[in-house]
Design a protein around this ligand. Sequence first.
Ligand code: G
Ligand code: G
Ligand code: MN
Ligand code: NA
Length: 255
Amino acid sequence: LELEADLRLALTRGELTVHYQPTIDMTDSHVAGFEALVRWQHPVRGLISPMAFIPLAETTGLIVPLGRWVLTEACRQAMEWSRQTGRPPVKMAVNVSVRQFDHSDLAAMVREVLTETGMPADRLCLEMTESVLMTDTEENLAQLVRLKALGVTLAIDDFGTGYSSLAYLRRFPVDTLKIDRSFVERLGEQGDDAALAGTIVQLGQSLGMSTVAEGIEEYGQLAALRAMGCTFAQGFYFSRPVPAGEAGRLLLESA
Ligand code: G
Ligand code: G
Ligand code: MN
Ligand code: NA
């Protein structure tokens, strides 16, 4: 309860911050984009992981203003890097909770933020879990269609951990599958696990979707996924999520 009141204030006090983790193009290893990941710099408790406060934000509805803040900050940052480098804005992926579908007109919010920041829609990717495809299907489908109409791209996060049906996947306007790190973690070990990652890559290919392997920590995992034809890679092997200053340097070095 104390944390809830604190979280409410955190938004207004500027205690939230965004870290950025690069996504790497498998073909030439350049930085293809970043995923924005929120953190809370609590005045007493220090840096708090989103795992500790996103669920609270979801149950209290604070996820709506928090989600808007993260999206605005990530787009603003992409535009600032673009001005600094003279290059087009980097591709930016932002996590969206299923609760943001329930409690707000997500497409209207995204359109406003794109206008406010000047971020081109096609540079923004929204990541959501399979639960968006599984609950309130018709209403969520309508929201996704409105989001696609803006020109943003859509990714399914932690793919393979839910149980969305293949029929839903075909019906929903999804561009990218992010292979959950549990499938990447066990690559190289005995058993079915390599087969599962490979199956998701092939599923993506047959549906015309790109694939991002999450949680790559070792070269062997990278090599295996590259051989499978996975499009993008993300994980501690390349970089942890880092503050904006460091992410900007990664972007410059990768040019
Ligand atoms: O940053 P980290 O890897 O610790 O993230 C932990 C979890 O918090 C992940 O599941 C991630 O998707 C989620 N998360 C991080 N930032 C955001 C955000 O801005 N919005 C939402 N909804 N989830 C986020
Ligand atoms: O659910 P989502 O994919 O948004 O979660 C991102 C989370 O995964 C963040 O907490 C991030 O810190 C974490 N993460 C990113 N790369 C790696 C990795 O290589 N290994 C592990 N263990 N976690 C990772
Ligand atoms: Mn994510
Ligand atoms: Na994920």
